[in-house]
Ligand binder design. Structure first.
Ligand code: SAH
Length: 222
């Protein structure tokens, strides 16, 4: 497809690609959480990718969003949201807002979302995209997310969207009792998605699928 043709893709072409993504990349691979599937059928992923990559918006892969960062592969986003199991009563913290795609999905699934991005320029751009799309329950903050955001703690759900050496202590502390935290934990090059649940002040950790994310930097990152 030529560049011109790609940029001429209409809203209905994108909605068809979105339906196919949900069917082929998500349902067929075992994503069964209806809330996640409905949210991913709704959010226009094309609004979160740079213009020159529009024709790849619904590809089965991560895409570059500039500043050396990426928007994650749809399947990984869905898998992590399924593990997170967030509901309409929850307050959520996301570390690594990136393009804002996952923050928008969280905005659909939860009551209140605080998303932190360490690259200031990305944070500014993402804030604009989300406000244009009308997400009033999502706040994008620029800063080091490994420190969490104590002003709005505790969180019922915390999701880290960058590769962490371990769960940062401030995030473990800001997780509510009975809360869940999902993160890619491992080396800089390869990680396992983990689900941590807080009971009696302690995190119990369960491993899920393997994944590859850009590194979590900052005080409690790499
Ligand atoms: N959730 C994003 C994809 C995240 S990519 C989306 O839907 O598009 C990981 C992001 O984490 C990058 O944008 C990177 O800049 C950011 N990041 C890395 N370390 C961070 C930190 N300590 N605090 C906040 N953001 C961080």
């Amino acid at each position: 497809m030529s560049r011109k043709r790609a940029n001429d893709l209409s809203g209905s072409d994108f909605s068809q690609q979105r339906r196919m993504m949900v069917e082929n990349q998500l349902r067929r691979r075992g994503i069964a959480d209806e809330g996640v599937l409905v949210a991913m059928s709704k959010i226009p992923r094309e609004k979160f990718v740079p213009e020159h990559l529009l024709r790849f918006a619904y590809d089965d892969s991560a895409l570059s969003i500039g500043e050396g960062q990426t928007i994650s592969q749809p399947y990984i986003v869905a898998k992590m949201l399924e593990l997170l199991a967030c509901g309409p009563e929850h307050r959520v913290l996301e570390v690594g807002a990136g393009s804002g795609y996952q923050a928008a999905l969280l905005g659909e699934l939860a009551a209140e979302v605080y998303a932190i991005e360490i690259v200031e320029r990305l944070a500014q751009r993402t804030r604009q995209v989300l406000s244009r799309l009308g997400y009033e329950n999502v706040s994008i903050m620029a800063g080091d997310g490994t420190l969490g955001y104590p002003q709005a703690a505790p969180y019922d759900r915390i999701i880290i969207a960058a590769a962490a050496p371990e769960v940062p202590q401030p995030l473990a502390e800001q997780l509510a009792e009975g809360g869940r935290l999902v993160a890619p934990v491992g080396t800089r090059g390869m990680q396992t998605c983990i689900l941590a649940e807080k009971e009696d002040g302690e995190l119990s950790i369960e491993k899920s699928i393997g994944c590859v994310f850009v590194p979590l930097v900052g005080e409690h990152g790499w």
